[in-house]
Design a protein around this ligand. Structure first.
Ligand SMILES: *[C@@H]1O[C@H](CO)[C@@H](O)[C@H](O)[C@H]1NC(C)=O
Ligand SMILES: *[C@@H]1O[C@H](CO)[C@@H](O)[C@H](O)[C@H]1NC(C)=O
Ligand SMILES: *[C@@H]1O[C@H](CO)[C@@H](O)[C@H](O)[C@H]1NC(C)=O
Ligand SMILES: *[C@@H]1O[C@H](CO)[C@@H](O)[C@H](O)[C@H]1NC(C)=O
Ligand SMILES: *[C@@H]1O[C@H](CO)[C@@H](O)[C@H](O)[C@H]1NC(C)=O
Ligand SMILES: *[C@@H]1O[C@H](CO)[C@@H](O)[C@H](O)[C@H]1NC(C)=O
Ligand SMILES: *[C@@H]1O[C@H](CO)[C@@H](O)[C@H](O)[C@H]1NC(C)=O
Ligand SMILES: *[C@@H]1O[C@H](CO)[C@@H](O)[C@H](O)[C@H]1NC(C)=O
Length: 457
């Protein structure tokens, strides 16, 4: 019986990894053609003044309205020369390249009336900071195709301190804006730029397909509340590579909607490849999944990560009421340094959008594999606290963490409601994650049979 289950399990795992290995690797292998646009105008031609004081929202809006007429003629480029270009929110258009020259800095206005207000995303049902609507992001795209935001390492600076102060003092009238938000679009590239001081998120693709985020750096102070670098949200076929991200909260967070709103919208984040990134996440996690994951998150390949000075390395977050799933996730080739907890999986994220969530909507977290990890100065190796009746499932292998002996608690690993297996782990993991454990095998039978993959016969 035990052998049968183990074989069944092995074949289930190897099948899935083969399938997703092929596909998630494709995301960073596919490179969009970045042909130069046949038409280019400078923002200066639309009256913009790069003195850091003049408000240029009208210039950006007018330039992009004009360039929209080239959408069916091969597209166009909006060129931003060196200077400090203060602006409020503006919208992009299809077949457009926004190009920021070296020393071109787009500055976000610190007056909230320059940002405009928009409805909550349907998969969230409300703003993230407070209920109700949200400020529009600085640079927005709605239902577009073929959009490129790039440059010669120019800068987009959100001057977020006003927003962080308003968040901390509970004086926000709507949830905070982001720097770049692209909604329901495909073929999107964000590359070769520096992002500074985002009010909340830096890059937020929502309901998008084919998004490449490449060679960007993003910084916000370690004290900035809930600032996040890149947030793939109900989006598929994404590549994030060659980026340096240092944030107050998380560096990269994958999401897909919140409780009943996300379940109804039902759009997963899937086929995401994250590679070769240097991440710092002061109070959150270098790479986080959830906690809003109600549309599902699957087929994510994360490799070649350098994580330092972070609260958590890799983090899986969910709660009863979310529904959805996080599955077929492979994390490999990770170096961590000065990280408090290397791995967390927490099924007790209690925040809900409203009282309408379904307490019987259990999330599933399975087929998560983490391998080839080294860590220096780690305080806690792992904390896996799953959900009763929906245990988390992990496979760990080849993980060597050097623990901070001055601060390490007695047990490096904490586990409950988790099953799985492990190989070559130091410090030694909890018994729930040892492949020989009778306990984990029998919970496994329960998990598999509850999914109709095995029977007790
Ligand atoms: C930007 O796009 C949104 C959504 O289509 C629209 O509601 C808004 O009016 C646009 N803003 C401007 C300045 O064009
Ligand atoms: C990264 O961006 C910098 C500055 O924009 C550029 O010089 C460099 O060639 C880019 N590297 C890649 C791999 O695109
Ligand atoms: C871009 O500029 C920022 C500082 O402005 C720097 O930290 C970063 O390394 C530069 N990126 C590249 C690829 O040159
Ligand atoms: C909220 O609205 C009040 C009244 O309109 C305004 O004085 C205040 O500046 C607004 N706060 C923010 C953060 O937008
Ligand atoms: C980034 O910049 C480099 C150097 O100019 C260029 O070769 C590359 O195509 C750019 N990458 C993207 C994705 O824009
Ligand atoms: C990221 O940091 C590394 C090491 O400091 C640097 O070589 C690389 O150019 C940086 N990349 C970006 C996109 O800023
Ligand atoms: C070890 O990591 C912790 C963060 O978890 C940090 O506060 C501390 O300074 C680090 N120690 C050294 C020697 O770098
Ligand atoms: C274990 O992981 C390290 C990197 O963390 C890697 O260099 C080594 O080759 C791996 N060993 C095996 C047996 O895969």
């Amino acid at each position: 019986m035990k052998i049968l289950v183990a074989l069944l399990l092995l074949s289930a795992l190897s099948n899935s990894i083969e399938v997703f290995g092929d596909d998630s690797e494709e995301q960073c292998r596919y490179k969009p053609k970045l042909d130069p646009r046949p038409h280019s105008v400078s923002i200066v031609e639309f009256g913009a003044v790069g003195d850091g004081k003049t408000l240029n929202t009208g210039a950006f809006q007018n330039a992009i309205f004009y360039l929209n007429s080239f959408a069916d003629k091969g597209g166009a480029q909006l060129y931003v020369p060196p200077g400090k270009w203060l602006t409020g929110s503006f919208n992009l258009t299809s077949h457009l390249t926004l190009f920021l020259e070296a020393d071109a800095i787009i500055l976000g206005s610190q007056d909230p009336s320059h940002w405009g207000v928009t409805d909550p995303l349907p998969s969230y049902g409300r703003g993230m900071d407070i209920t109700g609507s949200r400020y529009r992001s600085l640079i927005n795209g709605y239902s577009l195709q073929d959009v490129v935001i790039t440059g010669n390492n120019g800068t987009i600076d959100g001057q977020g301190s006003f927003w962080w102060d308003s968040f901390r003092s509970h004086t926000l009238n709507h949830s905070r804006p982001h720097l770049v938000e692209i909604v329901k679009s495909f073929d999107v590239v964000v590359s070769n730029l520096t992002f500074l001081n985002a009010p909340a998120y830096n890059i937020h693709p929502v309901y998008c397909s084919h998004v490449l985020v490449q060679n960007i750096s993003a910084y916000a102070p370690s004290s900035s509340p809930y600032t996040i670098g890149v947030v793939p949200d109900s989006s598929d076929h994404m590549c994030i590579e060659n980026c340096n991200i240092s944030m107050g909260y998380d560096a990269i967070t994958l999401k897909s909607g919140w409780d009943e709103h996300g379940i109804t919208y039902n759009r997963p984040t899937t086929y995401v490849h994250i590679k070769q990134v240097n991440l710092e996440a002061s109070t959150g996690s270098a790479v986080a999944f959830g906690s809003e994951m109600s549309g599902g998150i699957s087929y994510v390949l994360v490799e070649n990560l350098h994580i330092k000075n972070s609260f958590t390395g890799i983090d899986f977050r969910t709660a009863v009421g979310r529904g959805g799933y996080i599955e077929n996730i492979q994390v490999s080739d990770v170096e961590m340094e000065n990280v408090y907890t290397a791995f967390i999986a927490n099924g007790q994220y209690k925040s809900h959008p409203d009282e309408e969530y379904d307490p019987s909507a259990l999330p599933a977290l399975d087929q998560i594999s983490i391998e080839d990890v080294t860590g220096e100065n780690i305080t806690m190796a792992g904390s896996f606290t799953g959900i009763e009746n929906s245990p988390f499932e992990f496979t760990l292998s080849n993980i060597t963490l050097s623990m901070n002996s001055a601060t390490s608690p007695i047990s490096a690993w904490v586990c409950s409601n988790v099953v799985g297996s492990s190989k070559t782990i130091s410090p030694e993991p909890c018994p729930e994650l040892e492949s020989s454990s009778i306990n984990s095998l029998s919970s496994f039978i329960a998990t598999l049979s509850s999914k109709g993959l095995a029977s007790h016969s």
